[in-house]
Structures are given as C-alpha cells and as structure tokens.
Design a protein. Structure first.
Length: 410
C-alpha cells in the first residue's frame, strides 16, 4: 500500500507542537487557508493540522504572528503598571439595558459597547464567540449584527475558541468588524494587522477580556458529570452569565435545568483542565486590545474577591486612545454606566492574574532548564513581576514546574 506523501512541517508549527505552546487562536489556519485547518484533539483542545506544504510567505507570516511563539508589547508612552500592562484609562461599569447587564458575564459592558459600535456605524458587524450549534459545551465563531445576536453570545464560555480561523473570508467581505477574542487571539490579530493593511482596515476595533486560561472539552464534560448529566442529555449549556457571576447551567431535552455555582464549576473543575500555554501566559489581560473588560469583583475584609451573586459590574480598561474615545461615546449614547476605579486595588480582586504573572519567570526558567521551547516575550516586564514575589515563592514555582514537566504523561 502506498504511504501518504510526507508534508514538510512548518518550523514554527513544529516548535509550537514540541513545546505544547498552541493557544488555539486559529491565526495559522487564516494565513494558510486550505493548507492548515483547526481540529479538536484529545482531551478537547483546538489545534492546527497541516494538510499541505506551505509557501515561504505563509511560513514567515505564521512565524511572525503565532502567539505560541511569543509576543511583543510596546508601552509607547502609556502608563504601564507591571502586572496590568499599558493603558490610557480604567473604570468600572455596566450595561444600562438590564437585559444586557443580566446576560453578560460580568456587567455586560463589553456587549453594550459592541451594540454602540454597530448602532453608531463604527463597524458593520462583530466577530465573536458563542455556543456551538452541535456541541453544547463547545464554541463557534459568530458574526453578529443584531442586538439579539450580541445578547445571545454574551457571557464567558470556558472552552476552546479559534476566532481568527475564518479571518480571510471576513476580510474578503469588504465589511468593517469589531473583533472580540482572548488576549492571545488579539495579540495575533494585531501582529497580522501590522503586516497586512487589508486586515487592519477590516478590523478597526479590537476588544478582549482578562483570561485565566482555556479548559478542554473534558473540563466541560466533567462539569456535566458533576451535575449528574452528560452530553447526550444536554441541549444547552451556559458556563456563566445570566447573573454575576451566574451559574454553570445545563438544560436537557425536557427543559429541566441543573446548575452549579461559578466557585464550584470554574474553581473546582474547569481550572484543572486548562491548556499548558495558558499556565505560561504573560498576557492574560489583553494588552493588544483597544478595550478590555473583566470582572470587577467586590473584595471582602481580607481583600479576597467575593463571588456572591449580585448585579454585574465589569472592569473596563481603555488600552488605546481609540478605546478611551469609544468608551466615552458608548457612555454618552446611554449604553453604559461608568464609575471611577483605582488600578492600585486591582491586584487584590484578580488573584489568579496576579499570581500567574509573578510566577511566570520561575515557570519559564524551569522549562528552559529542561530544554523545552517557551514563548519569547518582550516588553511584558516579566522580571519586574517576579521581583514582587519573595525568592522562596519563586523557587517553589520553579521546582513545581520542573516536577510537573518531568512527571510521566498519562
Ligand atoms: C476563557 C476565559 C477566561 C477568563 N478569565 C478571566 C479572568 O481571569 N479574570 C476576569 O476578570 N475575567 C475573566 N474572563 C472574562 C470575564 O468572565 C468576562 O468576560 C469579562 O469580565 C467581561 O464581562 P462582560 O459582562 O463585560 O462581557 P460580556 O458582555 O459577557 O461579553 C463577553 C464577550 O466575550 C466573548 N467570549 C466569551 N467566551 C469566549 C471565548 N471562549 N473565546 C472568545 N470570546 C469569548 C463573547 O462572545 C462576548 O462578546 C474570562 C473569560 C473567558 C472566556
Ligand atoms: S497559537 Fe494560534 S497561530 Fe499558533 S499554532 Fe496555535 S492556532 Fe496556530
Ligand atoms: S491564558 Fe493566555 S494563552 Fe491561554 S487562552 Fe488566555 S490569553 Fe490565550
């Protein structure tokens, strides 16, 4: 039997695969349509599959934009706090429409800003992520124009998404889009925009959210199992939203719902299924976006975030002058309410982001010692973040990463 012809692997994709560095953004598939496709691999992550040899231009473009290989951040005169990256303005806020505020993951500010961008003609449509039609715990990229579609896609979905994979078709449409993606997605998109004016013209506004990491579909299935159900019985699944933080909620064929708190679903299950790239992510706060939203948790007397159900409040960060201008315009148009926020209080209510940034140097050092490929980060103040940890904590992180990396894989 004739064997399949060998396809010379892209060196960039080979390095990413060797280090398990893929974030699953889909940029490589967008840059090599028909030659790279995104597919789901065990235990349920989105990964590129190379189907045909790449030309030199595609090879170079992927090497330049893939967030698995690295990221470059330039403060360019903006305030640049060590843990949070460059920004021009920060506040809290929420959607003034109670339906949007309720549907949103936090205060629905991100969805309300998207609605303003369409209503005011800044963009024609929004590229965002909603539930997959054929997999209740999965995601699909959607192009939304109607407010009902934006509300349907509101709420965080803690599962893989590759919102850049269909970019070529969006650029070819000649329309202008607001893009919503994970910080790694928007870092790749910015790098693509810098290389290709047609992509820059198609995406005049880029939005993101703080991101602690993407769990596999195995994580979603584990939540269903803990709820006493499974994929076969589930027709709809929300990870959160419909309240703040809102519950992970599975709906079966009869309309019966089973629900679990955010503290239990994310804290005890989903966070244990996060992909490797996310554990060494230097930019979980969306430094490449114009506007970033996050949870503006209340904190208790000990300074820890409180996850009790409440009316949602989004943290809203303008990273660029354009972002600040659009937030002000959404406020003036009555789409969002805003309040002042002191960025010095952010470390207390975002312990996950804080600790990952401080641990990053130790984790990267451990992987380098083992000869494992790691992303090349510039401008992300990794040394300054590590200095916020005592030496003992950095050593503990280094040894912990060495131990986990050397553990035989199941
Ligand atoms: C994987 C993940 C990890 C997160 N980690 C943190 C964290 O550590 N700290 C924190 O404060 N917040 C985190 N969030 C974000 C947070 O839950 C809220 O999305 C954010 O606070 C904005 O709330 P909102 O109500 O303003 O947004 P909404 O109005 O609810 O809008 C959310 C937007 O995000 C898009 N979206 C949802 N899921 C995905 C996905 N998987 N991929 C791409 N786009 C998606 C939706 O299409 C929608 O446009 C995370 C979200 C995700 C998806
Ligand atoms: S991180 Fe994105 S660009 Fe890099 S290999 Fe994975 S899907 Fe492709
Ligand atoms: S943690 Fe970082 S690498 Fe992982 S999905 Fe979020 S932004 Fe991407």
């Amino acid at each position: 039997m004739a064997s399949a012809p060998l396809i010379p692997a892209s060196p960039a994709l080979a390095r990413v695969a060797r280090g398990d560095l893929c974030a699953g953004c889909g940029a490589c598939a967008a840059l090599a349509p028909g030659r790279i496709a995104m597919e789901t691999v065990a235990p349920g992550y989105l990964r590129p599959r190379q189907l045909a040899p790449l030309d030199a231009g595609q090879t170079a473009a992927i090497a330049a934009v893939c967030p698995g290989l690295g990221q470059d951040v330039q403060a360019a005169g903006r305030a640049d706090p060590v843990l949070w990256g460059p920004y021009t303005d920060v506040m809290t806020g929420w959607a003034r429409d109670p339906q949007v505020r309720f549907a949103g993951s936090s205060g629905g500010a991100l969805s309300a800003i998207l609605m303003h961008l369409i209503a005011s003609g800044v963009v024609d449509a929004v590229v965002q992520t909603g539930a997959a039609p054929d997999l209740a715990i999965g995601n699909a990229t959607t192009v939304s124009v109607a407010e009902t579609a934006i509300i349907a896609a509101a709420g965080s979905r803690y599962a893989p998404s590759a919102p850049l994979a269909d970019l070529a078709a969006q650029v070819a449409s000649g329309k202008r889009f607001a893009f919503v993606g994970k910080p790694c997605d928007v870092a790749a998109l910015r790098a693509m925009m810098a290389r290709d004016p047609a992509i820059a013209a198609a995406f005049p506004v880029v939005l993101s959210f703080f991101c602690a990491g993407v769990p596999s579909h195995a994580g979603g299935r584990a939540v269903l199992a803990a709820l006493g159900t499974d994929l076969d019985q589930t027709v709809r699944f929300r990870f959160r939203g419909n309240g703040w933080p809102g519950q992970a909620t599975a709906t079966d064929h009869t309309g019966q719902t089973r629900a679990m708190s955010y503290h239990d679903s994310w804290g005890k299950i989903l966070s244990k299924h996060v992909q490797h790239r996310c554990k060494i992510c230097a930019d979980g706060t969306g430094t490449a976006a114009d506007i970033v939203c996050a949870d503006a948790w209340e904190s208790d007397t000990a300074g820890y975030p409180v996850f009790a159900e409440a009316d949602g409040i989004s943290l809203i960060v303008a990273r660029t002058p354009l972002g600040a201008e659009l937030i002000a315009a959404a406020h003036a148009a009555g789409r969002i309410e805003t309040q002042a926020f002191d960025i010095n209080t952010l470390a207390a209510i975002q312990p996950g982001q804080r600790e990952r940034r401080r641990a990053l140097l130790a984790r990267l050092t451990a992987l380098r010692l083992l000869g494992r490929p790691v992303p090349r980060y510039t401008g992300l103040q990794i040394l300054a973040a590590a200095r916020q940890n005592p030496l003992r904590r950095n050593l503990k992180n280094l040894l912990g990463t060495l131990r986990r990396a050397l553990r035989p894989r199941a």
